[in-house]
Design a binder for this molecule. Structure first.
Ligand SMILES: C[S@@+](CC[C@H](N)C(=O)[O-])C[C@H]1O[C@@H](n2cnc3c(N)ncnc32)[C@H](O)[C@@H]1O
Length: 446
């Protein structure tokens, strides 16, 4: 491939892939994923020339195996072959009906959802026919691995294995499948915020937002359970949503804790834009959302009580750091943030060897700046006594800003010197002079 221009490279690489795909069953990509590739023309005429089954077959086997050994988390089919009124996506989850596990499928059309339940032993055949005729892309999540299947433009099928996005098995209750956390009672605020239309359906333009809210609440509910907050009606649960904007998550968190868990709550949304605060307070009053309030102010300085949980979704740039610092100062047991733009570190980022040759590419520098920024955030939280997890909370097609940092306070704050050394080590390596959470390095003990 030496001497290919970008466009030549593109075409010739597809040609190379054909050869590679036909002769190699599996290889390892640079990010450590295993990469199964096989070239074939029409969707339905798969003729693997290697011993390993074709990617479709492998995926069907993995689906059947994960349903069989209860490691299945979810299935998503996307990139439909036909447009029009055919489903644009299919979402699969495992539900137990009359004591028997089923694959429950939601066919997501442009304006409506249709649900069907398949016996587990029919699921592999169903998936095979979908990938041969109806969809070009699939994601199978299990607690062991995630499997991403895709046909590229030239018809080559690939199956890539990733680390599992979650090791938590979702609930198999059938009712949850119908309603989830956002049950029918959520209609008042979802409609009030313009997420659903008059008929109660999610607006097409709000589908990604709706998914984000759902996913965020799912994660929040798991973490809140881990913190022992479900079923303790004697305690008032306090939560602050920093940079809450229109309040999607603030209403969502209130809905989860107050309406679904019937927990006494004090939930506060903090937002600089007074117009948004007025609108959200009006809606909270209209739906009689007791314990929910919106406060006009900044993340850095809004007057807040001690909180149990602090969340921030897409607070811009260092506003995420301010949210983290406030969470630590307010002694939040749980801090859950999904960062947005990452501007602070990029101009400071050096080009240490052996990365210099890589970081001369702007896009790599940008990604490295994001990577370092969020890694440092997780390390600062660890220094402050939190156990952290960093993961993707929704697929990148819904939002490219899909990284989440979840931190649960476990240990003593500012006591583990090795955590502090890890921060300094990473900063020194990249030549970073200042990070928005540096003031935490001055703290010590307790
Ligand atoms: C990208 S929006 C996200 C809104 C909301 N969290 C969501 O995900 O729907 C960021 C919001 O944070 C607010 N914001 C940004 N910096 C802030 C700060 N320092 N203090 C309070 N609000 C802030 C903005 O006005 C905006 O409404």
């Amino acid at each position: 491939m030496v001497g290919h221009t970008d466009s030549q490279h593109d075409t010739r690489c597809k040609a190379c892939c054909r050869v590679i795909g036909a002769s190699l069953g599996s290889m390892v990509t640079s990010d450590g994923c295993t990469f199964d590739s096989l070239r074939f023309a029409p969707w339905s005429t798969l003729a693997p020339s290697v011993n390993k089954p074709a990617p479709i077959e492998q995926l069907c086997e993995k689906l059947a195996a994960s349903l069989g050994d209860a490691t299945f988390v979810r299935l998503v089919l996307s990139a439909p072959v036909e447009a029009g009124d055919d489903p644009q996506k299919v979402l699969g989850r495992c539900v137990t009906l009359k004591g028997v596990p089923h694959l429950s499928l939601t066919f997501r059309h442009a304006t409506r959802d249709v649900t069907k339940n398949l016996p587990v032993d029919e699921s592999a055949a169903w998936l095979r026919s979908q990938l041969e005729h109806a969809f070009r892309s699939a994601l199978l999540c299990t607690t062991k691995r995630d499997w991403q299947f895709r046909f590229n433009e030239s018809g080559a099928a690939r199956l890539i294995s990733h680390r599992p996005s979650t090791r938590i098995l979702p609930s198999r209750e059938h009712d949850q499948q119908r309603e989830g956390i956002l049950d029918l009672r959520a209609q008042d605020w979802l409609h009030g915020l313009g997420v659903t239309n008059d008929a109660g359906h999610v607006r097409v333009s709000m589908a990604d937002k709706y998914r984000q809210i759902n996913r965020y609440l799912e994660i929040l509910s798991h973490l809140a359970r881990d913190c022992g907050w479900s079923g303790s009606p004697e305690n008032v649960l306090t939560l602050a949503d920093m940079g809450c904007g229109k309040g999607y998550l603030t209403f969502g968190a209130w809905h989860l804790f107050r309406r679904v868990w019937q927990q006494p709550v004090r939930i506060m949304g903090v937002e600089t834009r007074a117009d948004l605060v007025a609108t959200t307070n009006r809606l909270a009053k209209q739906i009689k959302a007791d314990g929910l309030e919106f406060v006009s102010g900044t993340i850095e300085s809004a007057k807040l009580p001690r909180v149990d949980a602090l969340i921030a979704l897409h607070a811009c740039d260092t506003a995420t750091d301010d949210a983290i610092r406030r969470g630590i100062e307010l002694r939040a047991r749980l801090i859950l943030v999904a960062p947005c733009c990452h501007k602070q570190l990029r101009p400071q980022l050096g080009k240490p060897e052996p990365l210099a040759a890589v970081l001369r590419h702007g896009v790599m520098e940008e990604r490295m700046a994001e990577w370092v920024t969020d890694s440092l955030r997780a390390l600062f939280l660890e220094w402050a006594g939190y156990r952290t997890k960093v993961f993707e909370f929704v697929a990148s097609e819904h939002t490219p800003k899909n990284l989440m940092i979840a931190a649960v306070r476990k240990g003593e704050s500012y006591a583990d010197r090795s955590a502090r050394e890890r921060i300094n080590g990473l900063k020194n390596f990249f030549g970073i002079q200042h990070h928005a959470l540096d003031s935490l390095l001055e703290r010590s003990g307790g």
